[in-house]
Write a protein that binds this ligand. Structure first.
Ligand code: FES
Length: 451
């Protein structure tokens, strides 16, 4: 596929109607959502060889800051070195395999409590407890086992496979060019950063956030602002990854008046919190087109959509965010990015919400852990003050998700109850769910051929 200039995604990506549906399998066997055998297959053929997001670079601001990342029974230490580089190591002492770290922290070195071997934050073996008891040992051959770690857009990626191809190659040029103008690396968690166990398979989460069809049943309040009309949504396929967008336009309601569209924008902060800061500028712009009696008359070429785009650009520019790399469409439309295997993100200028789903550490395929974060771009001076700390939910159902997310939270766990039934052999996808079909096609390719 030809390269697409950053910022022109909506106009140049493929409309839903033009996707090649014959190439997609729309019948997905349900075994993959609850079978232990299938999950084991995924573990070895996907999770052990794929780049996966393990955190944010700003979680480890100083040399020696470290955290542990665990996927299934595999444990890794991620640590920032004195040279600023973030590295990943297998979390096992090179003497007799003791786990070195748990949780997170800051260290000058890692000391194994078993026989006191010490390792530098660069992974090198520094000391062996009582050297007089050890005899000769090649320290260079006994450093921590390193695994590939890299960063993009402020996220730390790790690949358990020491022979993995570089992250930039795995992401591809279109993903890098498409996301870079948003300046995600300068965004901060604001309002929500939460991890919670869910009673559903991790792929149920990815499926749910890969399609907009469920809006009609689960989020009817969004119908007034997300254009689901056939042919209007656009789809980009970039290697294992993808992007889909439905224009953010307040016109779905039959005979929707301009005033109703304006009200639709006013209602947006319930789902897109940062729209609240754009509203004063938006109201100013709208009021320019009201007559003495207060009636709103938009001239040709000016729509509620273009006013929202303009208000967003001006508000963010006034805050200091360089939005010059972003198109007008990106000012208003919320693009849905999917990075294989487990990362979904809606992103608009100045804000993003990410959703990641991980297989449950206890190995039950009917459970997973999701990590949901709302990011906002803020000037540097305000980031620490507004930063939201991670909440690890221990009492299910107690975290106050915003409305749309709460609706998804309930729905996904309900779906798993149905998927567990043995009489149910496959799910049937429809055209609007092309992104779901593509996710499973990529997954099947990994499962068939790990190379
Ligand atoms: Fe770590 Fe022996 S297992 S020092």
């Amino acid at each position: 596929m030809a390269q697409i200039a950053p910022g022109d995604w909506i106009r140049n990506t493929v409309p839903l109607d033009e996707l090649d549906f014959d190439a997609l399998n729309l019948k997905i066997p349900v075994e993959r959502y609850s079978s232990l055998g299938f999950q084991e297959h995924e573990r070895t053929r996907v999770w052990m060889i794929v780049w996966q997001i393990v955190g944010r670079a700003d979680e480890l601001p100083q040399a020696g800051d470290w955290k542990v990342y665990t996927i299934f029974d595999q444990s890794f230490i991620i640590v920032r070195g004195r040279d600023e580089k973030i590295r990943g190591f297998v979390n096992a002492c090179r003497h007799r395999g003791n786990a070195l770290c748990e949780g997170k922290g800051r260290a000058k070195r890692f000391t194994c409590p078993y026989h006191l071997w010490t390792f530098g934050i660069d992974g090198k073996l520094q000391g062996v407890g009582r050297p007089d008891l050890v005899g000769s040992i090649d320290k260079d051959a006994h450093g921590l086992v390193e695994v590939p770690v890299d960063t993009f857009a402020g996220f730390i990626f790790l690949n358990p496979d020491p022979d993995a191809k570089p992250l930039a190659e795995a992401l591809g040029r279109s993903v890098i060019d498409g996301l870079s103008p948003y300046k995600l690396d300068e965004m901060t968690p604001v309002g929500m950063d939460v991890r919670e166990e869910l009673n559903c398979n991790w792929k149920v989460v990815m499926d749910a956030f890969s399609e907009g069809y469920h809006i009609i049943g689960v989020h009817p309040e969004l119908l007034s602002v997300i254009d689901l009309q056939a042919g209007n949504s656009r789809h980009g396929v970039y290697g294992d990854h993808g992007m889909a967008v439905s224009p953010f336009e307040v016109k779905n309601t039959a005979n929707c008046s301009v005033e109703q569209q304006v009200q639709g924008v006013r209602d947006l902060p319930g789902t897109f919190p940062t729209v609240a800061e754009v509203l004063p500028m938006f109201e100013q712009m709208v009021n320019r087109y009201r007559d003495a009696a207060g009636e709103l008359m938009l001239p040709k070429g000016v729509t509620v959509r273009t006013l929202l785009q303009q208000a967003t650009r001006e508000t963010l520019t006034l805050k200091g965010l360089d939005v010059s790399g972003l198109s007008d469409d990106q000012m208003g439309d919320s693009q849905g990015w999917f990075l294989f295997p487990n990362f979904f993100m809606t992103i608009r200028a100045g804000e993003a919400t990410t959703i990641m789903a991980f297989p449950h550490p206890d190995g039950d395929p009917n459970r997973c852990v999701w990590h949901v974060t709302a990011y906002m771009w803020l000037p540097t001076a305000f980031r620490a003050e507004h930063r939201t700390d991670l909440v690890e939910v221990t009492e299910p159902g107690t975290y106050p998700y915003f409305l749309a997310l709460q609706q998804d939270y309930d729905q996904m766990q309900r779906q798993q109850v149905g998927l567990r039934n043995r009489g149910m052999k496959h799910i049937s996808l429809i055209r609007e769910e092309a992104s779901v079909a593509r996710f499973h096609a990529v997954l099947d390719r990994y499962l068939a051929d790990p190379a």
